[in-house]
Design a binder for this molecule. Structure first.
Ligand SMILES: CCC(=O)SCCNC(=O)CCNC(=O)[C@H](O)C(C)(C)COP(=O)(O)OP(=O)(O)OC[C@H]1O[C@@H](n2cnc3c(N)ncnc32)[C@H](O)[C@@H]1OP(=O)(O)O
Length: 236
C-alpha cells in the first residue's frame, strides 16, 4: 500500500497513470492474482437479508455512483452527489454494490480509480439517511451491507486508487482505506470524523486502517479524529 500526496489538480490523472504503470510489475500482479475475487463478510447466517436492506436503502434516494470502463482496462468510479458534498444516500450504497459487482465481472480490467465529483471526495453517509435509519437494527444492517461492498472492492483483482481531491470524511475516509493506493491533491483531507458523532467506523474502515498504519497510529487517528493531510496518515 502506498500513499502519494501533494499532487496538483491538473496532474492528477497523469499521476495516476504513472502510478499504474509502475504497479504493473510482476510482484504486484502476482499479489493481485493471489487475492480472492469474492469478499462477502456477512450473509444470511448473520441475520442479513440483502433484499430487505436494499429496499430500505432505496427509500433514501439521491446522487449516483457512476462507472466508466475504458478500453485501456482502467475504470473510473465516480461518487456523484455534489449537492451534498458527495455524501452517500441509501440508493448510492446500493449503486456502489452493483458497480463493484460489475468490476468483479470485468475480465479485461486492470485498475480502477475511485474519485468524487465536483472537487471533493465524499462527506460519508448522508446524514439525513443516518438520522432516518436511527434504530440500531437497521443501522447495523446498513453497516454490514457497506462492509460487504467495501471488502469486495478491496478484494477486486484490480489495482485500485483513491484519488482524493477535497474532503474524504467519515464513510468517505473508510472508502479510501479500501483502495490499494491513495493519491491526495494538495490541500485535501482524509478524516475519520466518527468520534465527533459518538460513532465507530461502521463500514470496516477501522480494521483496514489498523492494517495500513498499525494499531497505535490507527488509535491516534480514530480517537483524535486527526486530519490526514500527508502520507504519515495512511502509511506506517
Ligand atoms: C459512516 C459514518 C458517516 O459517514 S457519518 C457522516 C460523517 N460526515 C460528516 O459528518 C460530514 C458533514 N459535513 C460537513 O462537515 C461539511 O458539510 C463539509 C463536508 C466539511 C463541507 O462543508 P462546506 O464546504 O461548508 O459545505 P456545507 O456544509 O455547506 O455543505 C454543502 C451541502 O452539503 C450538505 N452535506 C454535506 N455533508 C453532508 C452529509 N454527510 N450528509 C448530508 N448532507 C451533507 C450540507 O448539509 C449542505 O447542504 P445545504 O446546501 O445546506 O442543503
Amino acid at each position: 500500500m502506498q500513499c502519494f500526496h501533494g499532487l496538483r489538480n491538473n496532474s492528477m490523472f497523469r499521476g495516476v497513470k504513472l502510478l499504474l504503470k509502475s504497479c504493473s510489475s510482476t510482484g504486484a500482479r502476482v499479489r493481485l492474482f493471489q487475492r480472492q475475487c469474492s469478499g462477502w463478510v456477512y450473509c444470511s447466517s448473520h441475520g442479513l437479508n440483502l433484499d430487505e436492506i436494499r429496499e430500505k436503502l432505496l427509500a433514501f434516494p439521491g446522487g449516483s455512483i457512476d462507472l466508466h470502463k475504458q478500453n485501456s482496462g482502467i475504470a473510473v468510479l465516480t461518487i456523484n452527489n455534489p449537492a451534498r458534498m458527495n455524501a452517500f444516500s441509501g440508493s448510492m450504497m446500493v449503486d456502489l454494490e452493483g458497480r463493484v459487482e460489475e468490476l468483479e465481472n470485468w475480465s479485461d480490467g486492470k485498475a480502477v480509480i475511485v474519485h468524487g465529483a465536483a472537487g471533493t471526495f465524499s462527506s460519508g453517509s448522508d446524514l439525513n439517511a443516518v438520522r432516518a435509519i436511527a434504530n440500531p437494527q437497521d443501522g447495523m444492517k446498513m453497516c454490514m451491507f457497506m462492509q460487504n461492498t467495501l471488502t469486495r472492492l478491496q478484494r477486486l483483482p484490480l489495482i485500485s486508487v483513491a484519488l482524493v481531491d477535497g474532503k474524504a470524511l467519515g464513510g468517505g475516509a473508510e472508502l479510501v482505506t479500501a483502495c490499494d493506493f491513495v493519491l491526495m491533491v494538495e490541500g485535501s483531507v482524509v478524516q475519520f470524523v466518527h468520534k465527533h458523532m459518538g460513532l465507530v467506523p461502521g463500514w470496516g474502515g477501522a480494521s483496514r486502517l489498523v492494517r495500513r498504519v498499525g494499531p497505535q497510529n490507527a488509535l491516534k487517528i480514530l480517537a483524535g479524529a486527526i486530519k490526514g493531510e500527508s502520507s504519515f496518515y495512511l502509511m506506517p
